[in-house]
Design a protein around this ligand. Structure first.
Ligand code: C2E
Ligand code: CA
Ligand code: CA
Ligand code: CA
Length: 279
């Protein structure tokens, strides 16, 4: 008879093998996805309480020919672990900038900000600053309308280096947004040391808890206070209901992104949505 140890070994090994298999397949599938152009960008509008559309966030979509849509929450971490995010992120930046160029020449869409998510590996590439510069030139962009979204953990990984890089990129005219702010449970006050132009309130805070009241509302108030003190723009994400929007507005947050307004959609659909919304 097998010992308990042997038993758990034999149960564990195939599963480990399976995980390695899955990881391998996902990595290979991502390589194919780049080569076979299975990625596309969707865009989600950001609106103000006065009914203006100030920008869109570019969100990556992967449509696999057999598996269908695969969530970025699933494949971005694998892309980051395998280093494939460098190529994918390069593609995203170019695609978003090319779209921004089109919208900057449309009288109804000019002045809309394009926000792009940037992974740590991408941001800390030695050539990242010149990649951004190259995009601005290639697509003849007004740099103020390009906004790079960085997360707290990216910035905290190497605070001095992050700030130095941000300063270099800001000299080009490009803006920065602090994504998912407050989710790291670190001190909120270090934001004052960072050259962010915008702060995004994570949907975790916007969502309702069991009481029907939004969770950690005191943190929302703190974030609004900090953003106002340092003259940073504020956007709340994941806004799904009028009630959430009203509570956010009462707290002093005047800019919203979420299903209440529009889901992320292909460029043409989002452009049309914006034009209708502005009517
Ligand atoms: P994120 O940057 O925090 O993006 C916001 C996420 O919330 C998006 O999920 C968006 O579709 C979703 N969302 C927006 N409004 C609502 C709402 O009202 N309710 C709910 N429940 N969700 C809402 P998505 O598109 O699945 O992206 C997930 C994450 O994947 C992003 O979170 C971001 O961290 C990452 N990601 C997406 N695109 C890129 C990219 O191009 N580059 C990198 N590095 N990461 C990306
Ligand atoms: Ca984001
Ligand atoms: Ca976010
Ligand atoms: Ca997030």
């Amino acid at each position: 008879a097998k010992t308990a140890g042997g038993n758990s070994q034999s149960m564990f090994a195939p599963q480990m093998y399976q995980n390695i298999q899955q990881r391998f397949n996902m990595e290979q599938a991502l390589v194919n996805a780049i080569e076979q152009q299975q990625f596309s960008l969707y865009y989600q509008p950001q609106v103000t309480d006065t009914g203006r559309v100030i920008g869109v966030e570019a969100l990556l979509r992967w449509f696999h020919p057999d598996l269908g849509a695969i969530s970025p929450a699933t494949f971005i971490p694998v892309a980051e672990e395998t280093g494939l995010i460098e190529d994918i992120g390069f593609w995203v930046l170019h695609q978003a900038c090319q779209q921004l160029q089109k919208w900057q020449t449309d009288p109804q869409l000019v002045g809309i900000t394009m926000s792009v998510n940037i992974s740590a590996q991408q941001f800390y590439l030695p050539e990242f600053v010149s990649l951004v510069e190259q995009c601005l030139r290639q697509y003849n962009l007004t740099p103020e309308y390009l906004m790079l979204e960085l997360t707290e953990s990216l910035v905290l990984a190497d605070l001095d280096d992050a700030v130095a890089r941000m300063q270099q990129i800001k000299q080009l005219g490009v803006k920065f947004s602090m994504d998912d702010f407050g989710t790291g449970y670190s001190s909120l006050s270090y934001l004052s040391r960072l050259p962010f132009d915008e702060v995004k309130i994570d949907q975790y805070f916007v969502r309702s808890g069991s009481t029907g009241q939004p969770r950690d509302w005191v943190i929302v108030d703190a974030i609004v206070g900090i953003a106002n003190t340092y003259g940073m723009k504020l956007v709340a994400e994941g806004v799904e209901t009028h009630e959430q929007q009203q509570l956010l507005q009462q707290s002093g947050c005047r800019c919203y992104q979420g299903y209440l307004y529009a889901k992320p959609a292909p460029a043409a659909d989002t452009a049309q949505w914006i034009k209708q919304y502005l009517l």
